[in-house]
Design a protein around this ligand. Structure first.
Ligand SMILES: NC(=O)c1ccc[n+]([C@@H]2O[C@H](COP(=O)([O-])OP(=O)(O)OC[C@H]3O[C@@H](n4cnc5c(N)ncnc54)[C@H](O)[C@@H]3O)[C@@H](O)[C@H]2O)c1
Length: 440
């Protein structure tokens, strides 16, 4: 387990609120790192179990750590929150956030524990940093924790989501794959990040809401990966192919597959391969009577993303829209299934005045399947082309970036001073926030 007991040089006094899987592992492991920890739970069995030096549930390696840290006087437990907060400077909330009947998450335990903390703050003069380790929807820390606690001086709130997995929770804690601390008070964020300073990980310091969403994004990603592997495995089995070998081989590619490639929010995908191959795969699977809901949902998801972009551009008050990029991505002149072609087609159909520039596309030189694809969508497209970006920027009163610009083009766009809607932005995509809820 890499880290020796009591290794931290910066020992803190911590109350861990909730001694379930997350709280108990957090409490015991932080005590193992050298902090002085008191675990609080309304469940007397869990508290007694810790006081007896035993883990309240089975988790490999946990019992030994609980036993050692209790014996060393660094881990204790109590039912009373007042006792827990009395000497602690940091409180880590690890209560449950189970599913409500309608699928929403239940914040009952969190609200209750925050109420209890609030009652105790009236009589407290020392500062308290409250870290939320429970998984909560973005905005919850602000609304449910920060709002009631903000009436008290010297109380700070940070988000510190937990990423451990049951069954390997102690190992995951000691050798973390990710450490996220979110909040707006730099000192409080640093204080919570410092709890883990002797672990082999660099903390990611972000905002409260970002930290909350990172946790959901991770779990959603894990779930999508499992479902993806299972759908490929199912298809493989039905084709008498070894699905494990297919997925093992897929994982060997750490440039395009197991990598940050394709994992940035941006514009819809297109081109001559991804849409075609997804269609073929799901069509062939349907002929085998196989339902592959995840793979079947990918093209509709992509179309929905494109439609969001079209709706947003439609709302722009601009009279002359300049569109940068026509091919499905930069540095190619392939127009087949380019989402920009669909975007232009729809905007023209709705009467928008627009012109387009793409450094690699000269209308007179397009031929073959490229030409057929383009002309069947937009027959008079050649009249809409500008030969240079300068020309486009001179004509337009608003620019839509539909393809990643080179650094020279980016500088030209920026110095034009034109308002821009950047569909491919990999930094932030504010233009995609405005989608109305279904039925709204
Ligand atoms: N279990 C996991 O693998 C895992 C991993 C990462 C994150 N999470 C998230 O961490 C949170 C906790 O998960 P868990 O599995 O440990 O939950 P859990 O249900 O096992 O434990 C929650 C504990 O909180 C205690 N509690 C509730 N209200 C309390 C109060 N007012 N005062 C004191 N104690 C109180 C309960 O008695 C219980 O022991 C959840 O938000 C979960 O989504 C869980």
């Amino acid at each position: 387990m890499g880290v020796e007991p009591g290794e931290t040089s910066d020992s803190a006094r911590i109350a861990v609120l909730g001694l379930g899987y997350v709280g108990c592992v957090t409490a015991a492991c932080l005590a193992h790192l050298g902090h002085t920890v008191i675990g609080i739970d309304r469940d007397e069995f869990k508290v007694k179990s810790i006081l007896d030096g035993k883990a309240p549930f089975y988790e490999p390696g946990l019992e030994e750590i609980v036993q050692n840290t209790v014996a060393a006087g660094r881990l204790s437990a109590a039912v009373s929150l007042a006792e827990g907060l009395e000497r602690s400077e940091i409180a880590l909330i690890c209560v449950g956030t189970p599913s409500a009947k309608n699928g929403n998450l239940s914040l009952e335990q969190l609200r209750r524990v925050v109420d209890e903390i609030t009652c105790l703050l009236a009589k407290r003069s020392r500062s308290l940093t409250v870290g939320i380790r429970s998984t909560v929807y973005p905005g919850t820390c602000e609304e449910v924790v920060l709002a009631p606690l903000s009436h008290y001086r010297n109380v700070f709130v940070v988000s510190n989501p937990e990423f451990l997995r049951e069954g390997t929770a102690v190992k995951d804690f000691m050798e973390p794959s990710l450490l996220v601390v979110g909040g707006s008070d730099t000192a409080a964020v640093t204080r919570v990040a410092a709890l883990y300073s002797c672990l082999p990980i660099t903390p990611c310091l972000v905002t409260l809401r970002t930290a909350e969403l990172i946790k959901y994004a991770c779990n959603a990603f894990h779930a999508v990966k499992v479902a993806f592997a299972n759908e490929i495995g199912t298809l493989a089995a039905n084709l008498e192919i070894d699905g494990a070998q297919v997925m093992d081989t897929l994982c060997r590619d750490s440039v395009l597959n197991i990598s940050p490639a394709y994992l940035k929010p941006g514009f819809a995908f297109g081109g001559s391969c991804l849409p075609k191959d997804l269609r073929a795969l799901t069509y062939r699977a349907s002929r085998l009577d196989l339902k592959l809901p995840l793979l079947e949902s990918v093209l509709p998801s992509n179309e929905r993303h494109l439609q969001r972009a079209i709706d947003i551009i439609q709302e722009l008050p601009a009279r002359r829209l300049g569109v940068f990029g026509l091919a499905f991505k930069e540095d190619t002149d392939d127009l087949r299934e380019s989402p920009v072609v669909t975007l232009l087609e729809q905007l023209i159909g709705k009467g928008r005045k627009l012109r387009v520039f793409d450094a690699h596309i000269v209308p007179d030189r397009i031929y073959g399947s490229n030409q057929r694809y383009l002309l069947s969508a937009i027959p008079h497209i050649s009249h809409l082309f500008d030969a240079s970006l300068e020309q486009l920027l001179g004509w337009a009163d608003h620019l839509v970036i539909a393809q990643k610009p080179s650094s020279e083009f980016a500088a030209q766009i920026s110095s034009s001073g034109l308002p821009v809607t950047d569909l491919v932005s990999t930094v932030r995509a504010p233009q995609f926030v405005a989608e109305p809820a279904a039925g709204a």
